[in-house]
Ligand binder design. Sequence first.
Ligand SMILES: C[S@@+](CC[C@H](N)C(=O)[O-])C[C@H]1O[C@@H](n2cnc3c(N)ncnc32)[C@H](O)[C@@H]1O
Length: 299
Amino acid sequence: MRRYVEQLSRADSLLAQTLERVPLLPRPPLAAEWLRCEMLERHQVLRHAGLSRGLRVLEVGSGGHAITTVPLALEVGSEGKVVAVERSRWGIFQDVVDASGLAERVRPLKADALALPLRHDSHDLAVCAHGIRSLESLENMVAVFREMLRVAPRVLVAESLPLAQNDAQRAHLETYNLREEIFEAATGRKDDLHYLPLETLEGLVRKAGGEVERAETLEVDLPHALAYLPRDALSSISDRPKRERLLVRWEKAREMGERFGTDHPPVGLVLARRKAAERGAASGRPGRHAAGTERPHHR
Ligand SMILES: C[S@@+](CC[C@H](N)C(=O)[O-])C[C@H]1O[C@@H](n2cnc3c(N)ncnc32)[C@H](O)[C@@H]1O
């Protein structure tokens, strides 16, 4: 957590105060500050994208810890709003948002991003940060980006890239790349897909009707706490040869992690706007799936 503390000491006071309100979550082997550290990473990404105050932002795939939601709420300021869409994993979302002091800017919405119950252009910007990995397939990614571009004229897509510039990033990729196969072998469901190259992300956004304005790579220089799975996670894999192959890779990843630590790989950012043709065609038209209403999520 040395780099987290260093970066925090250089951060502006509003960010530092907000992160200090976020609960510490002791979850060995993770440091208790892991959630704050991940939020700092998301904040770097959002700052790099240059969000402005007062925006109405739709966030897709907010997850159970509001890791992107809190820095988004900070960046849009007191005049802005964040609608945080999540299909299923609410976890401690509301507790974290409440603790951050920014709950008035955040509206949780339980919905499937493949069919958002939101009106065309009801938001200024739609964001999916570190959530693309959970969208299960390339087809879903395109469909979700298309929905984002219907609900807002601009989108920001950010995700880790399959690139490593040092041993700690290599250790992260070795660890992270086990997740897709372990989840699929153990549960049959898709999650934490391998990271995609920046050009692929750009291509998916274009296919969804976006005109790419900026596509960039960002180095965040922070540890990545979340990729690790305990050895037990492999025990329910019934295909024995597969389990043994994965165990060999798990051991290698663990050794690398212990030796070098695990760092965030470079993050790819794609900022895009709805293509002119789609802007014309879409204007005034009710959304493909939109009911025209927003359903707030109640815990
Ligand atoms: C990696 S997690 C959380 C990402 C979070 N933004 C962050 O900064 O870490 C991605 C989330 O997307 C959610 N998700 C996946 N597909 C979805 C869909 N079609 N609609 C809404 N949420 C979805 C998953 O349930 C998961 O909680």
